[in-house]
Design a binder for this molecule. Structure first.
Ligand code: URA
Length: 242
């Protein structure tokens, strides 16, 4: 449910600018509330009633997106290299609460990534108790030997510097050097390390699904994103048709 809040706080929390900018826009008559020029930054308003320069506000009630992360982009706000945030409007970086990625993909992994400012939603997707799988398409440097599927599904595969084995994962071989792997947990560089543990090397990795939600169904090219309601997203992840 929407609730009223101070106009200046609303606009600054949506990343439009500092409160002093907002005050200036109000004085300049660029902000309307229910079609009338706003009177003051202290005015209590519903976000849906506000327009800035004749346009409705951008996702005033929370922001969740499905994104096709390209290669060579980093899931971070401050690390070196090209950041995923370069693909979104700059204003989003000023939003409070902040948007963040739901888990991470490596710099050299492409594919489906969710970003949200909704902490509960983030938890519902990442919590191990929710049992949401992740599916990856893998290309390998060496031909598959044939025993990898059994090793991955055994529940005994140990990765370097870990003290518990990987949960069983399902491998489907799709070619001499290609496969699809479904994971039920998320460890650091997990797919690359699992293939490393069986003497191979991943040369290309793409996440194709989070639960039942597929990158293909979203029809997003690398670098593109689509906003999606939290409930609709969860239904698609859980494979419920909407
Ligand atoms: N496994 C990896 O090795 N990298 C990722 O980005 C995701 C899973």
């Amino acid at each position: 449910m929407q609730k009223k809040e101070r106009l200046e706080k609303l606009l600054s929390n949506l990343g439009y600018g500092a409160r002093k900018d907002v005050t200036y826009w109000i004085r300049s008559g660029w902000v309307t509330v229910q079609g009338e020029k706003a009177k003051s930054g202290a005015q209590k308003v519903l976000a849906s009633e506000v327009m800035l320069e004749g346009k409705p506000l951008d996702h005033p009630n929370g922001l969740t997106i499905a994104y096709h992360k390209p290669l060579n982009t980093v899931c971070s706000r401050k690390e070196e290299g090209r950041l995923i945030y370069a693909d979104f409007p700059e204003r989003w970086l000023g939003r409070k609460p902040a948007i963040s990625s739901v888990g991470r993909l490596d710099k050299n992994t492409s594919g489906l990534l969710i970003l949200t400012d909704n902490g509960q939603l983030n938890h519902k997707i990442t919590s191990p108790k929710k049992h949401i799988s992740r599916t990856y398409h893998v290309e390998l440097a060496e031909a598959l030997k044939g025993d990898e599927g059994l090793k991955f599904s055994s529940g005994t595969l140990m990765l370097d510097s870990e003290d518990s084995p990987c949960l069983p994962a399902e491998l489907t071989v799709t070619g001499e050097k290609t496969a699809v792997i479904v994971l039920h947990e998320g460890r650091y560089h997990q797919v690359r390390r699992m293939f490393g543990a069986v003497g191979n090397h991943v040369i290309s990795l793409q996440r194709t699904h989070i639960g039942a939600l597929s990158l293909a169904s979203l029809n997003l090219q690398a670098g593109e994103y689509q906003s999606i309601e939290a409930d609709a997203l969860l239904q698609r992840i859980h494979g419920e048709n909407i």
